[in-house]
Design a protein around this ligand. Structure first.
Ligand code: OGA
Ligand code: MN
Length: 235
C-alpha cells in the first residue's frame, strides 16, 4: 500500500482559513489563489514550481472505457467496505485495492496513460492503485511516501468530478486547485509531487469558480513509478 505522509499543519489549516483573495488562472483546469499579504515573489515561486509539473487532460478516456474500467474494478472493491473516520487516517469514506492483471482492453488504456505520463527512464510499479471515495469521502493533505513512489503520479478519475488541492510546504499562503473532471487524467511530477501536499476536497468544499461541482462517488486509478535510484528530486 502507498503510504501517505500526513501534514497535520495543513490539515487544520485547510478547513479553518478562508482568506483567499487574488485569484489568478494558471490554465483552464488549475486555479491559483493567494492569501492577503502574500507577495508576488511567493506567488511566482509557487508558479514556477507547478509549471509543467501539474497537468490535467480532459476526456482522456471515453464513456465506454470508463464503463469498462469500472466493470473491471467493481467486484474487487465490493469485497471491502468503506472505511470510516479515524483521527490519524489520511482518507475518509474510502476503500482501496491494487490490481496487477487487467483485460487486454484495459491494458490499452493504461498504455495510453503511460505514454502520456512517463518516460523511458521510469520503471512503473507493477500494479494500479484503485481508490474508491464514497459520496462524502475525501483525502486530507499528504505527500505520497518517497520510499514507495517515484517522481511521477498519473491518475484517471471515474464517475465524478473532484477538486485536488495543492499547497507548498513552505510557500503555503498560496492555494492551487485543480479541477479533475470525470474521465480526465491528471499528472503530478517533480516539485508538485515532492514539495506540495495534495488532497481531494470533500463535496461541500468542491467549488469551482463559485459553482458547487457536484462531487459524488469517485474512483481513481493511479499509476506510479518506482523511486528513482540516487534520485535528485528534480524541480
Ligand atoms: C492517494 C491519493 C489521489 C486520487 O491515494 O495517495 O492522493 O486521485 N489519491 O485519488
Ligand atoms: Mn496521494
Amino acid at each position: 500500500m502507498i503510504l501517505r505522509k500526513l501534514s497535520s499543519i495543513f490539515i487544520s489549516r485547510c478547513f479553518i482559513r478562508r482568506a483567499v483573495t487574488i485569484p489568478s488562472k494558471f490554465c483552464d483546469r488549475v486555479n491559483i489563489s493567494a492569501e492577503k499579504g502574500c507577495d508576488g515573489e511567493e506567488l511566482n515561486a509557487v508558479k514556477s514550481r507547478i509549471s509543467g509539473n501539474l497537468l490535467v487532460s480532459d476526456n482522456f478516456i471515453s464513456e465506454e472505457e470508463e464503463t469498462m474500467l469500472y466493470d473491471e474494478v467493481r467486484a474487487l472493491l465490493e469485497k471491502r467496505s468503506y472505511q470510516n473516520e479515524h483521527w490519524d487516517d489520511a482518507i475518509h469514506g474510502y476503500r482501496e485495492s491494487e490490481k496487477e492483471s487487467w483485460s487486454k482492453s484495459c491494458m490499452i488504456v493504461f498504455k495510453r496513460v503511460k505514454e502520456a505520463s512517463f518516460d523511458s527512464s521510469h520503471t512503473l510499479l507493477p500494479y494500479v492503485h484503485i481508490l474508491d471515495l464514497d459520496s462524502k469521502g475525501f483525502i486530507k493533505p499528504h505527500i505520497d511516501s518517497v520510499k514507495f513512489c517515484g517522481s511521477t503520479i498519473a491518475g484517471l478519475s471515474l464517475l465524478s468530478p473532484s477538486i485536488m488541492r495543492f499547497r507548498h510546504e513552505k510557500f503555503n499562503r498560496v492555494t492551487i486547485d485543480a479541477l479533475l473532471p470525470r474521465r480526465s487524467l491528471y499528472i503530478c511530477r517533480n516539485a508538485i509531487r515532492y514539495e506540495f501536499t495534495h488532497e481531494i476536497l470533500p463535496p461541500e468544499l468542491s467549488i469551482w469558480n463559485g459553482d458547487i461541482i457536484g462531487r459524488c462517488r469517485r474512483i481513481s486509478l493511479m499509476l506510479r513509478c518506482k523511486p528513482e535510484e540516487n534520485s535528485v528530486k528534480a524541480t
